[in-house]
Design a protein around this ligand. Structure first.
Ligand code: B12
Length: 636
């Protein structure tokens, strides 16, 4: 009987049926089943089944979100009836995504799995100020802090939280777990975290065992222990502070050095081709003196002006000047005008927070799809400002440096998720598909109007679209096709054809749906990231992609964007080595496939706006130095 009920509960969660999960939970209580058992063997097992399926590529994020809703539906019924055990309370965890970082899909999954394991989770949300982690931990005498970071720039915040815990003497009162795609075991160890895990299920299994080994909360959180904790970490913290004061600025200082060097030497190498000829030739697979190089340095180039990120993204002059000076001093072959990913959603009614020194984020999502109103692309809209800024940048780059300007804006589904919240849209795709389809339909009109305006106003040499969600980390190829792909193919791509422009895509995700993105759209330039660790899941590199798509599409990648953040001499050396290795391996593969130049040496994703400049420069310098000889040797 009990087993049958557990199976039914698990099934209700796995199939995402919230009403059923709640109804069965009530029934389980009526039948006298222990609520703890119903939670662990029923609801949580259903969530584990889905989590396993996700890891094996049989389920996607929308399914997980719906199952998690069903699980919480059942938990609401069971939790008030849980017997108080041991210390008299369930283990308490504080969870959030670190300050400056809005990525919260993974964090939400970790929260779900920890809740399924019986944790009482205090969710601080995303972009969480560092002190909030410490305050919430203190207020709740927490057993665990779980921090997520999806960007190399925000990862450092986790170390600061741990330092704050040490300073307050409470580091040893709880367990600290850190995670998110860029977080490695070495990093976790280095910053003094207790562990990290690649997925939410192993994370919650580990945490469940780890809290069992903790001494009672009253002991860990006693004044005495806190005083001992303060003394214990005092020396360690003082030493750390002394070394960090010696590290020089990773942007402004180097920008100044690069400018000084340029002014002294002038243009260092007189190359055979101009930037624009090299890029256009590569897109068309013509003979080139060397492959073009453009580590995706966008907002980070503002450090040459210097100006804030805020100015870069809202002030056309600052944007154009950043592009111009960046391309000039770094000798880049092009510039991609990525300002921020919330421009289109801002024009549709979403609020945006624009920090001075970091990437803007959309906040205050709309509560109702019906409130989406499509504006005209005209003065007063943020996108119109970007078009004007792009126009200015294009003129400067073309005239002053013979370099091409590629404009950039968000695709329909990215615009919608920024506007309504990613979790919400991904869930509604399953529970309310018609409403989502209507919204995508409307937004496609807006996206087409924007692209048309870029072309009409001659504001770019090429236009790159961010079709972010086309990947197996988030959704199946079929769902992508239904909820964005077919709109792009039928309405957006023809517009590029009308203006005789190649369709260009940037996707920094792993496990990309390459067939849809390249073959179905007839894409001319595809900028992608490669994750060697995720090769078994579908991350692809030049050796996979050139033979398959090289004849139709110019690929652009794939030196690891994460590595660019290390601006130490070893870090710079690693970028030089990786660049050299990539260039030496790409050229023979191009040749074997009857091609001579259809590849752009790049970083696979944007160098974050707070990133360093010396690693970017290192990549460009290597391509300039060894590119021409290698090109001749290989292609003749
Ligand atoms: C979706 C996405 C977005 C969405 C986020 C929507 C949302 N609400 O979350 C949007 C469009 C908003 C976005 C914005 C940006 N993004 Co983004 N984004 C992604 C993308 C494609 C997928 C992330 C994701 O959701 N993965 C799926 C989830 C399930 O996986 P996960 O988060 O890794 O979580 C799993 C594990 O890591 C683990 N885990 C997670 N947390 C924790 C915690 C603990 C304690 C443990 C143990 C485990 C754990 O368990 C989870 C489930 O199994 C990644 C690419 C990538 N490969 O990661 C880029 C990526 C994170 N983004 C990137 C960038 C650059 C940006 C922007 C700066 C772009 C821009 N110029 O505006 C902005 C940043 C805005 C900001 N201030 O934060 C870069 C960061 C690069 C870098 N050098 O650091 C990435 C890595 C792309 C890349 N290849 O370079 N992005």
């Amino acid at each position: 009987m009990k087993e049958e009920m557990f199976n039914k509960l698990a099934e209700a969660v796995a199939s995402g049926n919230k009403e059923k999960a709640a109804e069965l939970s009530k029934q389980a209580l009526d039948e006298g089943i222990d609520p703890q058992e119903a939670l662990v063997n029923g609801l949580a097992r259903g969530m584990n089944i889905m989590s396993d399926k996700y890891e094996n590529g049989e389920a996607f994020v929308p399914h997980l979100l719906i199952s998690s809703g069903a699980m919480y539906g059942g938990m609401e019924i069971l939790i008030p009836h849980l017997k108080k055990e041991g210390s008299g309370r369930p283990a308490t965890g504080v969870i959030g995504t670190i300050e400056g970082d809005v990525h919260d899909i993974g964090k939400n999954l970790v929260k779900t799995m920890l809740s399924a394991s019986g944790f009482n989770m205090i969710d601080l949300g995303n972009d969480v100020p560092l002190e909030d982690f410490v305050n919430a931990a203190k207020e709740n005498k927490a057993d665990l802090i779980s921090m997520s970071a999806l960007m190399t720039t925000t990862m450092v915040g986790m170390e600061k939280v741990i330092e704050n815990l040490q300073e307050e003497g409470i580091r040893d009162a709880l367990i600290v777990m850190v995670g998110g795609a860029p977080v490695s075991e070495e990093f976790a160890e280095k910053i003094g975290a207790d562990s990290t895990h690649p997925d939410s299920m192993t994370a919650s299994d580990w945490a469940t065992n780890a809290v069992k080994k903790l001494s009672p909360a009253e002991e860990r959180w006693s004044d005495e222990k806190i005083s001992v904790g303060k003394v214990k970490y005092r020396d360690i913290l003082a030493k750390k502070k002394a070394t960090s004061e010696k590290t020089k600025d990773i942007g402004l200082e180097t920008a100044k050095e690069i400018i000084d060097e340029f002014e002294k030497v002038g243009v260092k190498s007189k190359e055979e081709m101009t930037h624009i000829d090299r890029v256009v030739s590569s897109l068309g697979d013509k003979k080139v003196d060397r492959l073009p190089v453009y580590p995706l340095a966008c907002g980070v180039l503002r450090k040459f002006v210097p100006t804030t990120y805020r100015e870069y993204t809202i002030n056309p002059e600052a944007f154009a000047q950043s592009a111009y000076l960046g391309v000039k001093y770094m000798d880049l072959d092009m510039f991609v005008g990525l300002a921020d990913l919330s421009i289109t959603s801002a024009d549709l009614g979403c609020d945006v927070s624009i920090p001075d020194e970091d990437t803007p984020a959309s906040v205050g999502h709309l509560d109702d799809y019906e409130k989406i109103e499509i504006p005209e692309v005209k003065e007063g809209t943020r996108i119109y400002e970007l078009i004007q800024a792009s126009k200015l940048a294009k003129e400067k780059l073309n005239k002053g440096l013979n370099a091409p300007f590629v404009a950039f804006h968000e695709g329909p589904l990215l615009t919608l998720t920024q506007l309504m919240g990613a979790d919400r849209v991904l869930m509604d795709m399953k529970t309310n598909p018609d409403v989502v389809l209507d919204a995508v339909d409307k937004i496609t009109d807006f996206v087409c109007d924007i692209s048309e305006k870029f072309f009409e106003e001659d504001a770019c040499d090429g236009l790159c679209i961010d079709n972010l969600w086309s990947n197996n980390v988030i959704m199946s190829e079929d769902d992508y096709w239904n909820f964005e792909g077919k709109f792009v193919k039928d309405r957006h791509v023809p517009l590029f054809e009308k203006y005789n422009q190649p369709y260009m895509i940037h996707s920094c995700a792993d496990h990309v749906h390459f067939d849809t993105q390249i073959k179905k759209f007839g894409t001319g330039l595809f900028s992608y990231a490669y994750y060697p660790k995720l090769r078994h899941k579908g991350s692809k590199n030049y050796a996979d992609l050139i033979p398959k798509y090289g004849d139709m599409c110019c690929m652009m990648g794939e030196v690891d964007p994460i590595k660019f953040m290390d601006h130490s001499s070893e870090g710079v050396q690693a970028i030089e080595n990786d660049t050299e290795e990539l260039l030496k391996s790409v050229l023979p593969v191009l040749k074997e496939n009857g091609l001579q130049s259809k590849f752009v040496m790049s970083s696979g994703c944007e160098i974050p706006p707070g990133g360093p400049l010396n690693s970017v420069k290192a990549m460009v310098d290597v391509v300039k130095k060894i590119g021409p000889d290698l090109q001749k040797e290989t292609m003749g």
